[in-house]
Design a protein. Structure first.
Ligand SMILES: *Cc1c(COP(=O)(O)O)cnc(C)c1O
Length: 486
């Protein structure tokens, strides 16, 4: 039997099937999920949804046909520029996510440098190890060499010295985060800015997650380091709206200090037989929904609304951080600048703790060891989590007692002993199957219930090895299987 029904189903039947598919999704409405969903409260969320559908069908491909979307885009950019201390020269565009904004910034940097320094054949971008994976993706897509540099071992902020030392005649772009996703700390953007100016380099501030909230934290009296256009060397900033501006997903902005830089982001094509292409962003045809909804939510919540959200989140973050610092088996990796933090333990497996918390309805995120950042639990604290802070800490403490007797590190050590010396370039599907066996997973289809063993194995292996395994895993996972019927 073919998969596509020969006759269309009824509206009710379709909706029923869709609901059934939702059964295994995490219940983000519970307030027990730290990450993934940014819920501004019922009213703002409903407005976002309504406006999203209202402009769903409009195509942002062509602003001459749909000038409404250009209006939303330019106004959103202007609002963000104001928010981030930009002057009248600052320009920017809407993209459908932080990754896309970063991709665009790196592309603009590449092509700006190509135009001015054609002698640079192998352009390099210097990345503190805490910079978001999206820069590695951009480098991978755009043919840029990543030059990784270590960060401060205590604060996890970028260190200026290693960045300075990494500058070569091929360097085109420096990057700092405000804040970094993993540890929630703002890099020394002012010092990086001085360095960029001195060497005539571009500097991108990745404020994807912080650009919207940090100015509010600052207004609430937090000592937030300068990170925006008030820093002379900063040439571009990415800021997501679909994170802490609480707009529906598919909404981010990329801002440039001036039009001269932004010009290199734009793509036009007349080398074909169809319509004239002129694209500000990566996608061509795209829905007007995300930008219209973003415009609506920003206007609906307003400055005082965001300040209030920030106040509550700040309070919740401080309470959680204090609750972690107080527990003798936990260690806060560093004091964060944002409502995001990471913590770890030296006495038990954080991966088991994550599974245990998950089994009673909490979602907290694992992060693997990388360079001087050991395996940890990351929390992105949200508006919807605020009233659950006490319950969270209580359950966390309880779960810690449960996982303390569980294995801690043995599996990782076994994996290291067996595979630690294998050259990641020689990996095959057999290695993959062997590791699944060690993790106690039968066959290779479906998602496992418990993640601790998998995380432990990944954690023990070098990054390149992990990437091989993840690609192998996903390549096997994303296949339709007939038996899986609903
Ligand atoms: C979330 C995030 C990104 C990537 O954004 P997406 O919208 O998930 O593509 C980039 N940088 C930082 C610091 C982030 O937190």
């Amino acid at each position: 039997m073919a998969l596509m029904p020969s006759k269309g189903l009824s509206r009710e039947a379709v909706l029923k099937k869709l609901e059934a598919h939702r059964a295994d999704d995490i219940d983000w409405r519970s307030g027990r999920v730290f990450g993934y969903v940014f819920d501004p409260g019922h009213e703002a969320m409903e407005l976002g949804k309504e406006v999203y559908s209202m402009f769903l069908t409009e195509n942002a491909l062509d602003f001459s046909v749909f000038p409404s979307v250009m209006h939303f885009e330019t106004e959103l950019v202007a609002m963000a520029a104001e928010h981030l201390n930009g002057d009248g020269e600052v320009v920017g565009n809407f993209s459908n996510g932080g990754t896309e904004s970063i991709l665009l910034a790196v592309k603009a940097a590449r092509d700006y440098s190509r135009a001015r320094r054609p002698e640079v054949k192998e352009p390099e971008m210097i990345l503190p190890i805490t910079a978001h994976a999206a820069f590695h993706k951009a480098a991978h897509y755009l043919g840029i060499k990543v030059v990784p540099v270590p960060v401060n071992a205590k604060t996890f902020r970028a260190d200026v010295d290693p960045v300075r030392k990494a500058i070569t005649s091929n360097t085109i772009l420096l990057v700092g985060s405000a804040p970094s996703y993993a540890h929630g700390v703002v890099d020394p953007i002012r010092e990086l800015g001085e360095l960029a100016l001195k060497h005539d380099l571009l500097l991108h501030t990745d404020a994807c997650v912080g650009g919207f909230m940090l100015p509010y934290f600052k207004r609430l009296g937090e000592p937030i380091p300068d990170f925006d256009f008030s820093v002379p060397g900063v040439t571009s900033i990415s800021v997501d709206l679909h994170k802490y501006a609480y707009t529906p997903k598919g909404a981010s902005l990329i801002l440039y200090r001036n039009k001269d830089l932004r010009k290199h982001q734009i793509f036009a094509c007349s080398h074909w037989t169809g319509y004239t292409i002129i694209n500000n962003a990566v996608l061509s045809s795209r829905s007007g929904g995300p930008m219209a909804a973003a415009w609506a939510v920003l206007n609906f919540i307003g400055d005082d609304g965001y300040l209030e959200i920030a106040r509550k989140k700040l309070e919740a973050t401080k309470k959680i951080a204090a609750g972690i610092e107080k527990h003798k088996d936990l260690r806060l990796m560093t004091r964060p600048d944002m409502c995001m933090l990471s913590f770890t333990s030296d006495t038990f497996s954080v991966f088991h703790l994550i599974d245990e918390m998950n089994s009673i309805g909490w979602y907290i995120q694992p992060a693997l060891t990388y360079e001087n950042s050991q395996q940890n639990i990351h929390l992105s604290i949200n508006y919807s989590n605020v009233e659950w802070v006490d319950a969270f800490l209580e359950d966390l403490y309880k779960c810690i007692e449960k996982v303390k007797p569980m294995p801690f590190g043995e599996l990782g050590a076994a994996v290291k002993a067996e595979l630690g010396n294998v050259d990641p370039d020689t990996l095959t599907e057999e290695t993959f199957t062997q590791l699944l066996g060690m993790a106690g997973i039968e066959g290779s289809s479906g998602l496992p219930e418990k993640m601790a063993e998998i995380n432990e194995i990944l954690n023990a292996l070098p990054a390149k090895f992990r990437e091989f395994l993840l690609i192998e895993f996903i390549n096997n996972l994303f296949r339709y299987e007939k038996k899986e019927k609903r």
